[in-house]
Design a protein around this ligand. Structure first.
Ligand SMILES: [Fe+2]
Length: 398
């Protein structure tokens, strides 16, 4: 135990605490505490040339990612904010930029424990290195995309593996979590046990997922911390992106009851938030990437029809539905009602099909698989026993 104690003693004797002379070197002391990963790495926002890699450790650390095409000889640091690299945190995020499209990469994540962070004396602990994982960036101009939708898991972590087994070995580019993964948010351990552990054990260290908010991701004392763990394009819960022949629009449908409902303790403002999204949506529906895409798919938690007449459903219907009817969308995929179903386009109401995934109880859960190439988009909904309980096909007209 030389080291830190003696070093501090020397400084104290010299009367120099708080005023470090340039001749004095920092000491680095290996602490015995150790550091452990609480999650394997999970991928967010994979694009042609970038990806966000996230993970959690049990102790504060300075972190980085080692990566490369055949070896992991390149190093990426966390982004700097106001000149400071993100550090001394347990929830880590490193963005890999400048990747080659359509290329397979190897990577591992590394966290060097910060045992004590003093202004002139860092006490470093061990470094934890993950195993090596792989991911592949999408090719520019890819003619195909496939994805999986899970919804309304409601704090039943075993449902992930149960449903994903029904996919078999079919490839998929990403998994879309369409809301209500939880009943409400309590703490980080719940995020780890009920979401991050199951998805990383199944796919998330190799294949990214996106989390759309359901009305149950807005509840509980930890709901306001969710953005510290997940990334979506633009770091919003409403966003758009294009993959292959599909342009996606994702909305955050918010709570299902009125803002002044006693359940929310005067702590929510979803009417205003949905109105802001409607303004954003109006613009999004005029962009070339929406207009030119062979397929236009909307994914959001609360369906605008077939989900009762509660305030959330009706407000979404009032704000979003006329825009979708006017602009023309090919498919809307939702959850929320716990009753799966395929509701074809109807000239009297919604001029687009609405597919609703089921859940969360055994016998009512679904896995939705969608594949699209430039000619057609195919959706298959599989029930709890893996048999098909719904399907929809759209032929390209653009
Ligand atoms: Fe819901």
């Amino acid at each position: 135990m030389h080291n830190r104690r003696n070093f501090l003693g020397d400084i104290a004797k010299a009367g120099l605490i708080g005023l470090m002379p340039s001749t004095l070197k920092h000491e680095y002391v290996k602490a015995p505490a150790g550091i452990r990963f609480l999650t394997p790495p999970y991928l967010q926002c994979l694009t042609n040339d970038s990806v966000i890699i996230r993970w959690i450790t049990d102790a504060p650390a300075s972190s980085w990612v080692e990566y490369g095409e055949s070896t992991t000889d390149r190093k990426a640091l966390p982004e700097a904010e106001l000149g400071l690299l993100a550090a001394n945190t347990r929830v880590h995020q490193v963005v890999l930029k400048g990747l080659q499209p359509g290329t397979r990469y190897a990577y591992r994540v590394c966290s060097k424990q910060i045992v004590d962070f003093q202004p002139y004396l860092m006490t470093w602990g061990d470094t934890a290195n993950s195993e090596v994982f792989h991911f592949t960036t999408p090719a520019i101009g890819a003619g195909e995309v496939s994805w999986i939708v899970l919804n309304d898991i409601h704090d039943r972590p075993a449902s992930f593996a149960h449903l994903m087994q029904h996919n078999g070995k079919d490839p998929y580019d990403f998994v879309f979590l369409n809301g209500d993964m939880f009943d409400f948010q309590t703490d980080e351990q719940q995020l780890i046990d009920h979401l991050l552990t199951p998805v990383t054990s199944l796919f998330a260290s190799q294949t990214p997922f996106m989390l759309a908010r359901g009305n149950h991701e807005t509840r509980g004392k930890y709901a306001r911390q969710l953005p510290e763990y997940f990334n979506n394009p633009g770091n919003q819960y409403y966003f758009s992106f294009t993959r292959g022949p599909v342009h996606f629009i994702v909305l955050d449908t918010g709570e299902d009851k009125a803002d002044d409902h006693a359940e929310y303790s005067q702590l929510v403002a979803f009417d205003d938030y949905r109105e802001r999204q409607a303004h954003w949506l109006e613009q999004a529906l005029q962009r070339p990437e929406f207009l030119k895409a062979p397929f236009r798919v909307v994914m959001m938690h609360i369906p605008v029809f077939h989900s009762g007449e509660g305030h959330g459903s009706m407000h979404c219907r009032q704000l979003f539905h006329p825009l979708f009817n006017k602009a023309g969308i090919d498919l809307m995929i939702c959850g929320h009602t716990h009753r799966y179903g395929v509701h074809p386009a109807d000239p009297a109401t919604h001029h687009y099909p609405i597919v609703i995934g089921g859940g969360p109880k055994e016998g009512r859960r679904t896995l939705i698989k969608v594949t699209a190439d430039r000619r057609k988009l195919q959706l298959r909904m599989l029930g709890d026993d893996g048999t098909e309980v719904g399907q929809y096909e759209v032929k390209a007209t653009r």
